[in-house]
Design a protein around this ligand. Structure first.
Ligand SMILES: [Zn+2]
Length: 468
């Protein structure tokens, strides 16, 4: 078995490294065993990559444990749905000063991949140990909606909570007429005195609440604000966990005035948070570039970024996979102070690798994805036109990887990941999972190369216009 060259670490009299086995990696422990479970062989202990051994590794080598990171100027979340991408992701963060969030999953992703928070964090721990990445990383319980979900992430040592307030945000208000808004609004003298018919200076911009804008903001966000206050006071206050407020999964964009209202009210009610994720104008669909008016995006981003600076937090940009046309604007207008989240694009690169090296397997998975697409649209909002995906029989094997350069084909594979990973044969065994993971393991350096290039392109553009 070969030793991963950067994995050799010493603590006291104990030496721990990671070996590459045929089917699975294993820790090699020599010296007095501090408690790893494993098997003795030729005087060394071989310890499998289990949860218990990961927990001990985090104790012995603190850089393998996650920490709060959102106070850093630039942070970047790279969800790793498969648990195999982190060594490739780390190659990017060796080149850029952004601190990564390596463990980052929503409950939806955990359910669709059949993973647990413990397993997602352990994968990150083993990867930073193997690659000797000592700058620190975060672990984000992403898009958590309930008390139980927050408790689940915290009990597994997650250092960041992204509170998703979408179930408390009222989507029905935006389309109401002014008269309907007036009828629905119940007067709140305290808030009226603070916001109604007031204009606020935000750097060289202004945010104004006329009576309608004010009433709409109250109606849309008041339950969401109550929820955020509750979660903060119950779980976050007094601790060191990074707290993000996510209001992005709504039917309509967050106007700058609404963003101002939410941030200002959270602070007034004593909530301390590191990041806010508004929903920006245009479309941030999964795994493809921004769709929308770039001038409007830039004008609104200018105000959103100024609001965040005024109140002392960072903007968080969700669904950041492949939003290449807006990254330079985001880097410039946030003055390089941002949090960006990606996830699906690393899964797509994994599937591109399958198309490159095992075309017959790719064809099977692609055909399955076409049959499963309708089911997957229950979980993800996309505007995919399957008629634009070239029929497989018209493509040579060499043409398959280029499917990942076409938006509709990308979204086809993007949103069906859970159904692909969980598809079963009639005898109950997994239809694709085993073959996919075997292929990824055999071609791991190709996958890391792809990630270094592709995630690297995200960072390169985000950094391209940061003012000096
Ligand atoms: Zn989001």
């Amino acid at each position: 078995m070969k030793t991963y060259p950067k994995s050799i670490h010493q603590t006291g009299a104990v030496s721990v490294s990671m070996l590459r086995g045929a089917d699975a990696d294993v820790l090699s422990v020599s010296g007095p065993n501090p408690g790893f479970a494993g098997e003795e062989k030729d005087g060394v202990l071989l310890a499998p990559l289990t949860h218990e051994n990961a927990a001990l590794l985090r104790k012995l080598f603190p850089f393998t444990a996650p920490k709060p990171i959102l106070e850093s100027v630039r942070t970047f979340g790279v969800g790793d749905r498969l648990g195999i991408a982190a060594p490739g992701h780390l190659r990017v963060f060796e080149q850029y000063d952004a601190i990564p969030v390596l463990a980052q999953q929503s409950i939806r992703e955990l359910n669709l991949t059949g993973r647990t928070y413990a397993d997602v964090l352990d994968s990150a721990t083993f990867a930073v140990f193997r690659e000797d990445f000592q700058r620190g990383f975060g672990a984000d319980g992403d898009h958590l909606k309930t008390d139980e979900e927050v408790e689940y992430a915290l009990s597994n040592g997650y250092t960041m909570i992204t509170l998703d307030c979408s179930e408390q945000i009222r989507n029905d208000i935006t389309d109401m007429t002014d008269a309907q808004v007036d009828a629905a609004y119940s007067p709140d003298g305290e808030l009226e005195a603070l916001y109604c018919n007031k204009t606020f200076a935000v750097e060289d911009q202004t945010v104004t609440f006329d009576e309608q804008e004010f009433r709409r903001a109250c109606l849309i966000y008041s339950a969401a604000l109550d929820h955020a206050v509750h979660v903060y006071e119950t779980y976050i206050k007094g601790g060191s966990v990074d707290f993000e407020i996510s209001i992005d999964e709504t039917m309509t964009p967050t106007t700058p005035a609404q963003h101002y209202f939410v941030a200002s009210e959270l602070l007034r009610r004593g909530v301390r948070f590191a990041t806010v994720a508004p929903r920006f104008c245009g479309e941030f669909q999964k795994g493809i570039d921004y769709i929308g008016d770039l001038d409007q995006f830039e004008a609104e981003m200018r105000v959103h970024a100024a609001i965040a600076r005024k109140f002392g937090y960072k903007l968080s940009i969700h669904s950041g996979s492949d939003k290449f046309s807006v990254f330079p604007i985001i880097g410039r207008l946030t003055r390089g102070n941002f949090h960006v989240k990606t996830a699906g694009t690393s899964w797509l690169e994994a599937m591109r690798v399958i198309a490159m090296v095992e075309p017959s397997l790719y064809r099977e998975v692609h055909a399955f994805a076409l049959s499963a697409f309708h089911e997957a649209t229950k979980y993800y909002h996309v505007t995919t036109d399957l008629n634009k995906v070239a029929p497989l029989k018209t493509l040579s094997d060499a043409q398959l990887p280029a499917l990942f350069d076409q938006n509709d084909a990308r979204q086809l594979i993007h949103i069906t990941y859970g159904l692909i990973l969980n598809a079963k044969n009639e005898d109950g065994t997994f239809r694709f999972r085993g073959r996919l993971y075997r292929c990824w393991r055999e071609n791991d350096t190709l996958y890391y190369d792809r990630l270094e290039t592709h995630i690297g392109r995200h960072l390169k553009l985000l950094y391209s216009e940061i003012p000096q």
